[in-house]
Design a protein around this ligand. Structure first.
Ligand code: PLP
Length: 436
């Protein structure tokens, strides 16, 4: 009998037959082992630390339950993510509300649900939040007020795709880490400290995503300590919380070794401790927010091969999904690896291009991958699709979103049902005047 690719103890070909393709498959065991690594190598190793999963990477109510059971917090960036967490019963005090352009409705929901903190991205948001929080009578004790953290752009270069850099100055995120009185950041700190409705806890930065070196993270910490010292001297403000964000990279190929969390966190915590000591500052509480690192390599996507074409010496393998279920290759050239799940041990027959089915020339999932001879009906498994695939999926070309299945030790359960064509039509309405 031909061996098939196994994932979480399940036969991938069987999964494809039961749930059809494209199909996202997540190995719960890998997700839980990443959570365990966070506990042992970060929370257990460094005092006064906390970790939130950046749920934008992948969030469903089931995923929120796993994160809750693992004792971590949740970073959400929208009303939709917050609502998902609340519906899953996630404890609100362990939620951090992010977002670079939060609406009033989202801020009201965050306040009403009692999230642990709100990460404020700019002055206008700060003023709005202060006004909204002020609508409710607050006890005089600052600790009882909604807690905020200011997002800062530390201005470091993390050496990743330009679309994935978020901590540069001149970008759209946060308040620039400029020196001196009169800077936007100083203005925000002054405003927050004078507020009677909210409490300033500290600062947040996120240098970018899919980063494999730790220099940028470390440099950002150094710059933040200088900022903390300045804020203490200028305003007498002691930073109680410093949020390091996420961005810890995951290699595209499952053959490459997993990047240990400690590679980033030990370097950052070491510098933070040293710099705080050198400047006589109390070391603040530290939070990290890994997204991709926690979930990316737990996920694979199964596709069925629909067509194989040889054109001008290039073999195109056309599959039944593409940029609608994984926009990352066409958006910013993200790289992936694949194998033939129904014949994983067959010898390679040459390089092919895996083409998505969407009506865009740029819908190429993988530009260059060595595969055995492939034919219609074969099942392809693309690795490392656990992060930013389901969460970035669209209905382009009116393709229904694939199902998500959670596998573990030979069990498979549905996390999200496949959309049907009728699901896609459920929001459509035909104005009366168009009906004949
Ligand atoms: C504020 C913040 N925190 C955490 C993350 C998670 O990043 P990653 O998935 O690269 O760890 C992001 C991603 O954009 C982010 O913007």
């Amino acid at each position: 009998m031909v061996a098939h690719l196994q994932w979480g103890g399940m036969d991938c070909v069987e999964l494809a037959h039961i749930w059809e393709t494209p199909l996202y498959v997540l190995d719960e065991g890998i997700i839980r082992s990443r959570c365990a690594e966070i506990r042992s190598d970060f929370l257990g190793r460094w005092a006064k630390t906390w970790a939130c999963y950046a749920s934008k990477a992948f969030l469903t109510t089931g995923m929120a339950c796993i994160v809750d059971q693992e004792g971590l917090g949740l970073d959400v960036v929208s009303g939709g993510e917050l609502y998902t967490a609340i519906r899953a019963g996630f404890p609100p005090y362990r939620i951090k509300m992010h977002g670079s352009a939060k609406s009033e409705r989202e801020l009201r929901l965050a306040l009403a649900s009692g999230v642990g903190s709100i990460i404020v991205d700019g002055l206008m948001e700060l003023e709005l939040l202060d006004a909204l929080a002020g609508e409710v009578r607050r006890p005089p004790d600052r600790r009882e007020r909604p807690r905020i953290v200011l997002r800062v752009a530390p201005g470091v270069d993390p050496h990743t795709h330009s679309f994935l850099i978020t901590g540069q100055t001149g970008g759209k995120f946060g308040l620039p880490l400029e020196d001196g009185e009169g800077s936007l950041l100083s203005e925000a700190v002054r405003f927050a400290l004078s507020s009677k409705s909210i409490t300033l806890g500290g600062f947040h930065f996120h240098v970018g995503s899919q980063i494999f070196e730790n220099h940028a993270h470390v440099e950002a910490v150094r710059r933040m300590v200088v900022c903390m010292e300045r804020m203490q001297k200028t305003f007498g403000f002691k930073t109680r919380e410093l949020n390091f964000g996420g961005g810890f990279g995951v290699p595209a190929s499952p053959d490459k070794p997993h990047v240990p969390l400690r590679f980033f966190t030990d370097a950052m915590m070491g510098v933070l401790t040293e710099e705080c000591e050198a400047r006589n500052l109390e070391r603040p509480y530290v939070t990290i927010e890994p997204g991709r690192w926690l979930v990316s390599d737990a996920g694979i996507t199964l596709y069925t091969v629909e067509t194989v074409k040889r054109l001008d010496g290039v073999t195109y393998v056309g599959v039944d999904g593409g940029m609608a279920d994984n926009p990352r290759p066409s958006l910013y050239g993200a790289e992936y690896c694949a194998i033939v799940a129904n014949r994983p041990d067959d010898p390679p027959a040459g390089k092919v291009v895996i083409a998505g089915r969407c009506c865009e020339t740029g819908d190429i999932l993988i530009r260059d991958v060595e595969l055995p001879a492939v034919t219609r009906g074969d099942i392809l498994a693309v690795f490392n699709t656990g992060a930013y695939n389901f969460s970035m999926a669209s209905n382009y070309n009116r393709l229904p979103r694939p199902a998500v299945v959670l596998v573990r030790d030979g069990w498979a359960d549905l996390l999200v049902a496949r959309q049907t064509w009728d699901d896609m039509l459920s929001g459509d309405s035909i104005p009366e005047r168009l009906l004949r």
